[in-house]
Design a protein around this ligand. Structure first.
Ligand SMILES: NC(=O)c1ccc[n+]([C@@H]2O[C@H](COP(=O)([O-])OP(=O)(O)OC[C@H]3O[C@@H](n4cnc5c(N)ncnc54)[C@H](O)[C@@H]3O)[C@@H](O)[C@H]2O)c1
Length: 362
């Protein structure tokens, strides 16, 4: 029996609402599967905590989290706290502190009706973006000089270390080899004449070790166009922190929106716990109304199951989302329905339970 300790950080706004639905899915798995047992501990960190305590999380927060098998995060952010504070003092602190240098974002269309792209269907949009998650443009290095004067100058420095660049690209090659798929590197070597020339060089160097993996290399501007015009070009993509952040929102837009997009933050050496999250924010515009789409948070549970080597559960969850989308009766407003967050979550659990029970009795 696997006993897995999950740290819950619901965070702010709709983060709390959607995380509850994901936890219901985990509890359903726990109930059905005699080999899996989840223990939960909740941490009240986020913007409310900041307003009361002047910090987003406890000073020894990472120490408190380090022995968990996984962290499950809702979303952070509230108009009462500057966004760079809520992001840097919680989310990025965990990603960096636990060296979660791989960010996995699946761009998979589960129902043709969800894509705004003409003539594209499920078979055209199904790829994985592997985003560098620990340095690059989000290294937090820079300077703000002569603040508030006419001589004001701001520097935001990108950091691409050999170690950091090699490890993410090598991870992507391994994944492409394992899945027998092509690998596309997205960079911007024409304009960023240090960092991206270096990235392209490392990509070429490592590609020599993987002659079996077919590779492509695009500039980020061209890649953005192909995401829309020819998404079928992509199977596995590797890219930088900033480009990955932006491109995966574009990926979300062509597969049903932010309400369906999930992300996994992984330390592949498993020295630290991973963190799973929907990629959307706390959505202050709809928070508290009970109408947020919980499917992205539930998709994160599927990614968590894959990390725990429970691929069957991942498949069951994704297939249940597919069925829910197809039947179309329990969708939240962002997908054109009228259901509440809890109603969508409950229906998903009914479908999942039925699917597993039917499969067992076969
Ligand atoms: N990972 C994170 O915690 C994270 C990510 C992005 C933004 N943020 C923070 O969230 C706050 C709001 O940011 P934002 O408005 O730019 O982005 P957002 O993702 O919160 O919302 C963007 C739009 O998408 C809608 N939306 C998002 N998730 C949805 C869902 N599950 N169901 C239905 N609709 C959904 C929102 O209603 C809004 O109109 C800010 O404080 C920002 O810093 C946090």
């Amino acid at each position: 029996m696997k006993r897995l300790k999950i740290a819950l950080i619901p965070g702010d706004g709709i983060g709390k609402e959607v995380l509850q639905e994901g936890v219901k899915v985990l509890k359903t798995i726990d109930k059905i599967d005699n080999n899996l047992f989840f223990e939960f501990e909740e941490f009240p960190w986020g913007c409310d905590y900041y307003v009361k305590n002047g910090k987003m999380m406890d000073d020894n927060g990472l120490e408190q989290l380090k022995d968990f098998d996984a962290i499950y995060l809702g979303a952070v952010g509230h108009p009462s706290v500057p966004d760079h504070v809520s992001l840097w003092d919680l989310l990025l602190k965990i990603r960096k502190g636990f060296d979660q240098y791989v960010n996995l974002r699946e761009i998979t269309l589960l129902n043709q009706s969800l894509t705004p792209l003409k003539d594209k269907s499920e078979k055209n949009i199904d790829f994985l973006v592997i985003r560098e998650n620990s340095e690059g443009e989000y290294a937090g290095v820079g300077e703000w000089m002569n603040k508030g004067t006419p001589e004001e100058v701001v520097l935001q420095t990108s950091v691409f270390s050999r170690k950091g660049t090699e490890r993410i690209i090598r991870y992507a090659f391994e994944e492409a080899r394992r899945q027998k798929k092509s690998l596309t590197s997205i960079s911007k070597g024409n304009a960023l004449n240090y960092s991206m020339v270096f990235w392209d060089q490392v990509f070429n160097e490592i590609s020599q070790e993987y002659p079996d993996v077919k590779t492509y290399s695009y500039l980020v501007d061209a890649a953005s166009m192909y995401f829309i015009k020819e998404p079928e070009r992509f199977e596995i993509v590797v890219t930088t922190n900033l480009f990955g952040d932006i491109l995966t929102d574009l990926g979300a837009a062509i597969t049903g929106g932010l309400g369906l997009a999930a992300g996994a933050n992984i330390n592949p050496e498993r020295q630290f716990p991973p963190m799973f999250e929907p990629i959307h924010g706390s959505a202050p515009d709809i928070a508290g109304k009970g109408i947020a789409n919980p499917l992205a948070a539930i998709w994160s549970v599927a990614q968590m199951m894959e990390y725990f080597h429970e691929g069957n559960w991942k498949d069951y969850i994704i297939e249940s989302i597919r069925v829910l989308l197809k039947e179309g009766r329990y969708l939240t407003r962002d997908l054109g329905g009228k259901s509440l967050t809890t109603e969508t979550g409950d229906r998903l659990i009914e479908i999942l339970t039925q699917m597993v029970t039917e499969n067992k009795s076969k």
